[in-house]
Design a protein around this ligand. Sequence first.
Ligand code: ADP
Ligand code: MG
Length: 257
Amino acid sequence: MKIWSISNQKGGVGKTTSVVSLGGLLAAQGHRVLLVDLDPHGSLTSYFGQDPDGLDRSLYHLFFEQRWRNVDYIRDTLKPTSLDNVAMLPATTSLATLERQVSGQDGMGLVLARSLAQLWDDYDYALLDTPPILGVLLVNALAACQQLVIPTQTEHLALKGLERMVHTLKMVMKSQKRELPYTIVPTLFDRRTSASLTSLKEMRRTYQGSLWDEAIPVDTRLRDASHQGIFPHQLDAETRGVRAYRHLLSHLHKGES
Ligand code: ADP
Ligand code: MG
């Protein structure tokens, strides 16, 4: 199983949209895909019509009573999406209390990695939608994944968030004693605004080696798909946003080997 974490400590930068778009395109290539919602807001969970306040099982529950050891429990926690070969491990809002409940306990940073290891033969890819704060959930994601995708909105304030994210990443990598390749992905790019153009230039200057050399454009079809609870390519496979995510996917595939 290949595990990619889609992370940024800033909200509203296109993390969930990237998880859904890339996941859908991987599925269209014939892969079996698991989408994991680590965000207590549960936007990914809601995207596919599940209520993060109403579910009685979620990622949260795997942290207790060693349920991550129980593959049947994990499989029963998964929810379907609008594609047969894509499942979702949902979030519940209780994830917001996880930090307080498990902090300081041994092994809590590895619950997701261990849960995914149980599903190793079930899926080809797992995409992790992470919360915007550095805490036990982001640590779990970074410990589980093999590469990191950092969506970054092309506007000035987002660059600060990016700086913080890269700093966090380096800190966590140091404590986990490993290297994690990462790709910065400019999102919500609007070529008509100078804010988009200047911040893209700035990103190119600062993050040259790790920056994807294209950008995800603003595309309202991506939002339309989210309102219908379907993958963007199911709504329109040739819309600009989907085409850009297809390019991004082939770029990420190249980095896999
Ligand atoms: P995050 O998960 O980082 O908080 P989202 O993926 O939820 O960000 O995106 C925030 C909002 O912007 C959502 O309403 C989403 O539909 C919209 N959005 C994301 N990417 C695009 C895009 N490329 N074009 C238009 N709208 C987008
Ligand atoms: Mg989100």
